[in-house]
Structures are given as structure tokens and as C-alpha cells.
Design a protein around this ligand. Structure first.
Ligand SMILES: Nc1ncnc2c1ncn2[C@@H]1O[C@H](COP(=O)(O)OP(=O)(O)OP(=O)(O)O)[C@@H](O)[C@H]1O
Ligand SMILES: [Mg+2]
Length: 589
């Protein structure tokens, strides 16, 4: 059990390797690092000179009863002190400066990585946890990778210097000091290990709290409806108190360790002072030498705990470094990182050849399907819930990489088309409107920053949104609240449709985008779109027969490898599966 509490060399090595992996972030600032190094060492050397001058003040000035020597050495000591102070302040400033710089660079790198990740990779972590990690890990990591190199070398140098000076002043006392250092090493090992374990626990706890808190506030409506506000807040508080208890445990431990450490250090210091004093009495060393040695020991204790503290930090801070490494090491999905360059003028024809895809290995959502949607066709895409309609659309948008086969737009293979260009020319509207907490106009501008006010008003008219918007005092400048909570679901959907239309896309995809609207409004919107975008390819996914009945063709997904294509009337006549699919709606029609 208690070997668990011992820090092993392996842990330090691992921590060091992990930290060095991030070295490119500080090597960029090597000039500043060199400056920091020189400043740190200059102020360190000055700090080392002072006790020696103190020795002269005592031995030559005070005990030698020479006021001139006293004054001379004192002025030198004061001068050195002031210069040292200026140097160490500059050192601190530059160190903070590089920490900030490294934090900015690291954030940039992480976001570059995030941009290249696929939707699937990004969705593996809940957003609250990503948020927590991005802020917490980057800041912790930049601090640790900054201090390591320069700090480490400086501290080692300082300890070497102090050891040599004490050896020169009195070898016997040095022996005792070295023996004590072994004890300190053991102590730091245990402390680092325990701190690391607490740190891991507390980070995990913080993530749970973030997630809970996020769920609590973002689903307030649900909690009210289910009467679970009290329960949810109780659960949050429960986790919160768990975290507090953990922090208290950590704080208590730190106080205990701090007390024990300083007590042992004081005893050691007392012992050395006592032995030193005996040596002074016996005339083996001067009083000044003893005073200098004691000062060096104080400095040495500080440097030594800084050194072992650094080793400890390497271990304790492994968590953020590990997680950032994992993130930065993640393979980029080909679909996301590829750089297609084609910008075909006409991408309206959509073709799938032997297309296969599944989210999990062995389970296909679509398997070897073929179809063509001709340029400018207005089609319906239908099928049972969960059959893969949204997945197929995600594939057309190049959000996932097909496992087999290919998709082409306007006769050009999707994976050679410039991804940004492709998305610019496709308008998408989903069942969930995903609106931002800003004005109606801003929500529409999201899709096309250059849209004029007139365009916004016009697209809102096509989406049958003019009526309710004109009743708002601020019309299109009205703030809609988080997720658009001040609007009805159908009103939100209409704004989302306008947002897709404002791009004047070559291909327009409405994936159950009107599910909350009444049928007459839905039909009016479809008619508006069809007459205003006669040239665009239009794909409407809907479970309602009224929405798709009049389309040029219906694409009916009946199974992973079965896609039936025809007009509504043809399919009704020839395809029993299609008849089944719409049977209840046909019966009531
Ligand atoms: N991100 C995902 N990870 C894993 N499986 C998924 C993911 N998204 C969808 N699926 C699964 O893929 C299948 C097809 O889902 P998809 O959303 O494409 O269906 P759909 O036809 O659009 O259904 P609906 O009519 O209900 O919207 C479902 O079985 C679903 O559980
Ligand atoms: Mg769907």
C-alpha cells in the first residue's frame, strides 16, 4: 500500500517526456528564454555573493572593529541587493510574459486541431467538459511547460554553486547537509504522489460539476415541466460539496505537510547552527563563516524545495498535459483534413455510387446504394425514422467519410471539391433550428454576412415569417433569447429556413425543417421556395405526405441497401412498401 504513495523515477521521467513534447512552444521564444536564463542566474549569483559579504561585514567590520570596512562592505551589499531586486523583478515579468504567449500559441494549436476534427470525434466529449478542458488544461499546461527548462537549469546551477561554496567554507557541515537532502527527496516524492492523486480526483469532480451545471441551466424549461428543479439543483449541490470536501482534504493535507516540513527544516537548521556554533567556539571557523553558511543553507533549502517541487509538478500536472497530448495526437479524419481545390460552377447534380457508411463497424446505415438527383430537381426523401435520411444528408455535406463508394456533385467527386466552397453553395435546415441568442437579423446573417437588410426581409417572407415578426416591436432586430426561447418552435423553424435561403444556395436541403408547422403553412413555404428557386436542387425530408406528394420525384429509403425512386403516384401504384409506409396518412386523407 505505502509504495503507492512513493513517487517513482519512472513517474518523473514520464512527466518530463510529456513536458518536453511541448517544448516547441517555448523554443519559439528562445531569445526571451535566454534573457530570462541570464537574468535569473545573474540575480542568483548576486544572491550568492551577499552572504559572503555578510561574512566580511561580521568578521572584518564588526569583530575586526573597523568602521571603514563596515561602511564599505555594507554599501556594496546594499548595492548588490538593489541590482538583484531589479533583475529578479524583470525576470518575473518576462516569465509571465512568456506564459501568456505560450498560452496563446497553445490555444491556437488546439483550435487548429479542433477545426480539423470530424464531427464524430468532436461529439465524443460533452460540450461542458470540452469547455472545462479547453480553459483549464491550456492554462495549466502553459505554466508548467514554461517553468520547466529554464527554471530547472537555474535551480540546479544554484544548488551546485551553494554546495561548492559550503564545501569551501566547511566540508564537515556540507556532509551533514547532504545527508539531510536525501531525506528531503523522499519527503517530496511522497507529497507529489499524494498531490497527484488528489489532483486527478478533483479534476474529475470538476468536470462532473461543469456538466451538471450546464445541464441544469440549459434545460431549465424541462426541469420546470418535470418538476425536477429542486432535485437537479440538489444533485448539483451534492457534487459541488463532494468537490469542496475534496478540496478541503487537499488543503488540510497541504497544511499538515507544510507544518511538518517546516518543523523538520527548523530542527535541522537548529542542529546545524548548534554544531556550527561549537565549531566557532573551538575556533575552527569564524563567526562570519558560520553566519554565511547559515544563510547559504536557507537559500539552499529554498532552491532544493524548488527543484524537488519542479519534479513534483511534472508529475502532478501530468493530467492536463496528457489530455492535451491525446487531443493533439488524434488522427485527422481524411474528410476533414483533405484539401479539395475544385470549385465547380454547378454542383446541383447529386450522384451516389455504391455508397456505404455506418457509425459503428459492422453496422451499415447505408450499404452500396446508387442514386442520382438531377440538377434542379425538387425531390422528397422519405423513410422510417432511423432509416438514415439525416445520415445520408451528412454524407452529402461531407461531414463523414463514406466507407465505400463515392458521392459527386455536378459530376465532380466530393473529395476533390473545396469544402468551404461546397458548404457555401448548399443551404441546410434541420429539424432542430439551433438559433443563437441574438437578434433575428443576426441569426440570418450567420449564413451570409453580406446579406442586405432587404435580402433578410425577403427570405423571411419566403419562410412565411413576416406575419409574426411584424408584430414584434423591433421586428427583425428583436432579440430572441437563448436557443430562441422567446419564439414558438414553428417560428424558430421559419427563421432557420430563412437562414438557409439567404445563401441563395444551388442545393437546398430541408431535413424535417417544418415538422412543427401546420400543413397549410408548410405547403405555402414549399410553394414559395419552389417558385423562387426553380433552378436549385431541393431535397425535402418529411414524414408528411402533403409535403412530398407534389415533388418531381420521391427517394424512398426502405433499407440500408434499398432506395426506391419514382413519383409519388408511381411508387404508390408499384411499391407495396411505400404504400405501407404512407398507409395511415392515406387512410385519413
Ligand atoms: N452520430 C451518430 N453516432 C452513432 N449512430 C448514429 C449517429 N447518428 C445517427 N446514428 C444512427 O444511425 C441510424 C440512422 O440515423 P439517422 O439520423 O440518419 O435517421 P433518420 O432517417 O434521419 O431518422 P429520423 O426520421 O428519426 O430523423 C440510426 O440508427 C441512428 O441511431
Ligand atoms: Mg433525421
Amino acid at each position: 500500500m505505502h509504495t503507492n504513495y512513493l513517487l517513482k523515477l519512472k513517474d518523473i521521467k514520464e512527466g518530463l517526456a510529456l513536458t518536453l513534447r511541448f517544448n516547441k512552444f517555448i523554443i519559439r521564444y528562445w531569445k526571451i528564454q535566454v534573457l530570462i536564463f541570464m537574468l535569473g542566474n545573474s540575480s542568483m549569483v548576486l544572491g550568492l555573493v551577499n552572504p559572503y559579504i555578510g561574512k566580511f561585514i561580521l568578521d572584518k567590520g564588526i569583530l575586526g572593529r573597523s568602521p571603514e570596512a563596515l561602511l564599505g562592505y555594507s554599501i556594496v551589499a546594499a548595492g548588490i541587493f538593489v541590482v538583484g531586486l531589479i533583475l529578479s523583478l524583470t525576470y518575473d515579468y518576462l516569465k509571465n510574459y512568456t506564459v501568456v504567449k505560450v498560452e496563446a500559441d497553445l490555444s491556437r494549436e488546439v483550435f487548429r486541431k479542433i477545426k480539423r476534427q470530424s464531427l464524430g470525434q468532436l461529439q465524443t466529449l460533452p460540450s461542458a467538459i470540452s469547455l472545462f478542458r479547453i480553459t483549464n488544461d491550456i492554462s495549466n499546461a502553459s505554466t508548467i511547460i514554461n517553468v520547466i527548462l529554464v527554471h530547472f537549469i537555474s535551480v540546479v546551477l544554484k544548488i551546485i554553486f551553494i554546495t561548492i561554496i559550503i564545501l569551501f567554507l566547511n566540508p564537515l557541515l556540507l556532509g551533514i547537509i547532504l545527508a539531510y537532502q536525501v531525506l528531503v527527496l523522499l519527503r517530496v516524492g511522497i507529497v507529489s504522489r499524494i498531490t497527484e492523486m488528489l489532483n486527478r480526483l478533483s479534476l474529475r469532480q470538476s468536470e462532473i460539476i461543469y456538466k451538471k451545471l450546464n445541464n441544469f441551466f440549459s434545460r431549465m424549461y424541462l426541469h420546470k415541466v418535470f418538476g425536477t428543479v429542486a432535485r437537479e439543483s440538489r444533485e448539483y449541490m451534492h457534487h459541488f460539496f463532494d468537490a469542496l470536501r475534496l478540496n478541503m482534504r487537499g488543503a488540510r493535507l497541504r497544511v499538515q505537510i507544510g507544518l511538518a516540513t517546516s518543523l523538520v527544516d527548523k530542527v535541522f537548521f537548529g542542529l546545524i547552527s548548534f554544531i556550527g556554533a561549537l565549531l566557532v567556539i573551538k575556533g575552527r571557523i569564524t563567526f562570519g563563516t558560520l553566519s554565511a553558511i547559515l544563510m547559504y543553507i536557507s537559500q539552499g533549502i529554498v532552491a532544493y524545495s524548488a527543484l524537488t517541487g519542479l519534479a513534483g509538478q511534472l508529475v502532478v500536472n501530468r493530467v492536463p498535459l496528457e489530455r492535451l497530448s491525446t487531443l493533439l495526437d488524434q488522427p485527422e479524419e481524411p474528410g476533414v483534413s483533405r484539401v479539395g481545390t475544385h470549385k465547380p460552377a454547378d454542383i446541383r447534380e447529386i450522384k451516389a455510387d455504391d455508397l456505404s457508411f455506418g457509425y459503428k463497424p459492422g453496422i451499415s446505415v447505408v450499404s452500396g446504394i446508387h442514386f442520382v438527383i438531377p440538377a434542379g430537381a425538387h425531390v422528397g426523401l422519405v423513410g422510417y425514422s432511423g432509416c438514415g435520411k439525416t445520415t445520408l444528408i451528412s454524407l452529402l455535406l461531407d461531414l463523414y467519410e463514406p466507407q465505400k463508394g463515392k458521392i459527386s456533385l455536378g459530376g465532380i467527386a466530393l473529395d476533390t471539391i473545396d469544402h468551404g466552397y461546397q458548404l457555401q453553395n448548399i443551404g441546410v435546415c434541420l429539424q432542430e433550428p439551433f438559433l443563437f441568442d441574438t437578434s433575428i437579423a443576426e441569426n440570418i446573417l450567420y449564413a451570409n454576412k453580406r446579406a442586405a437588410r432587404g435580402d433578410i426581409i425577403e427570405t423571411l417572407r419566403l419562410a412565411e415569417a413576416t406575419g409574426f415578426i411584424n408584430e414584434l416591436p423591433e421586428t427583425i432586430d428583436a432579440q430572441i433569447g437563448e436557443e430562441g426561447y422567446r419564439l414558438s418552435q414553428g417560428q424558430k423553424q421559419r427563421i432557420a429556413i430563412a437562414r438557409a435561403l439567404v445563401k441563395k444556395p444551388q442545393v437546398l436541403i430541408l431535413d424535417e425543417a417544418m415538422s412543427s408547422l401546420d400543413s397549410p403553412t408548410e405547403e405555402k413555404i414549399i410553394a414559395n421556395i419552389r417558385s423562387n428557386f426553380p433552378q436549385s436542387t431541393l431535397i425535402i425530408v418529411s414524414h408528411r405526405i402533403s409535403a412530398v406528394r407534389g415533388m418531381d420525384a420521391i427517394y424512398f429509403m426502405a433499407g440500408p441497401n434499398r432506395m426506391y425512386i419514382g413519383t409519388h403516384d408511381q411508387l404508390l401504384k408499384d411499391n407495396p412498401l411505400y404504400r405501407d409506409f404512407f398507409s395511415t396518412q392515406l387512410g385519413s386523407a
